[in-house]
Design a protein around this ligand. Structure first.
Ligand SMILES: CC(C)(COP(=O)(O)OP(=O)(O)OC[C@H]1O[C@@H](n2cnc3c(N)ncnc32)[C@H](O)[C@@H]1OP(=O)(O)O)[C@@H](O)C(=O)NCCC(=O)NCCS
Length: 111
C-alpha cells in the first residue's frame, strides 16, 4: 500500500487562476470549474485538484508516473465523494479532500 498527501494554501494561487486552471485541470474539471459562480468555490476547487494530483504524484514517487496534471481528473460521484479518473493510471486509487477558507488538503491511497 502507498499513501500520498498534499496541502495547498489558497492565497498562493490567487491572481494566477487563469494560467493555473489550464495547467492543472482536465477538460472535464475545467467545465465544472467554469460552472461555479463563486470565486471562493473556484479557488477551493482549483486548490483541491492541485492537492489531489500532487498527492497522486507522491504515491508514485514522482519519476514512476510521467503524466501531466491535466491528464488526471478528480471528479465527484452523485453523493459528492471524489474519485480519480485517468486513462494513464491503471491502479485503483482512493482520494479524500477537505477545504477550509484558507487551505485545501487531499490524501490518496493506492492498494
Ligand atoms: C461530505 C461532507 C463530509 C463534506 O464535509 P465538509 O466539512 O462540508 O467539507 P470538506 O471541505 O471537509 O470536504 C469537501 C470535500 O468532501 C468531498 N466529499 C463530498 N461529499 C462526500 C461524500 N459523500 N463522501 C466523501 N467525500 C465527500 C468532496 O471531495 C468535497 O470537495 P470537492 O467538492 O471540491 O470535491 C458533508 O457534506 C457530509 O457529511 N455529507 C453527507 C453526505 C451528503 O449529504 N451527501 C450529499 C448527498 S446529495
Amino acid at each position: 500500500m502507498e499513501i500520498g498527501i498534499d496541502l495547498v494554501e489558497h492565497k498562493d494561487l490567487i491572481g494566477k487562476e487563469e494560467k493555473l486552471k489550464l495547467r492543472l485541470l482536465s477538460l472535464e474539471e475545467l467545465e465544472r470549474y467554469n460552472s461555479f459562480k463563486s470565486d471562493k468555490r473556484k479557488l477551493e476547487y482549483l486548490a483541491s485538484r492541485f492537492a489531489a494530483k500532487e498527492a497522486i504524484f507522491k504515491v508514485y514517487k514522482k519519476g514512476d508516473l510521467t503524466i501531466n496534471f491535466s491528464d488526471i481528473s478528480i471528479l465527484n460521484s452523485e453523493d459528492g465523494s471524489p474519485y480519480v479518473s485517468s486513462t494513464k493510471i491503471n491502479d485503483n486509487l482512493k482520494v479524500s479532500i477537505s477545504h477550509t477558507d484558507n487551505y485545501s488538503i487531499a490524501v490518496v491511497l493506492k492498494n
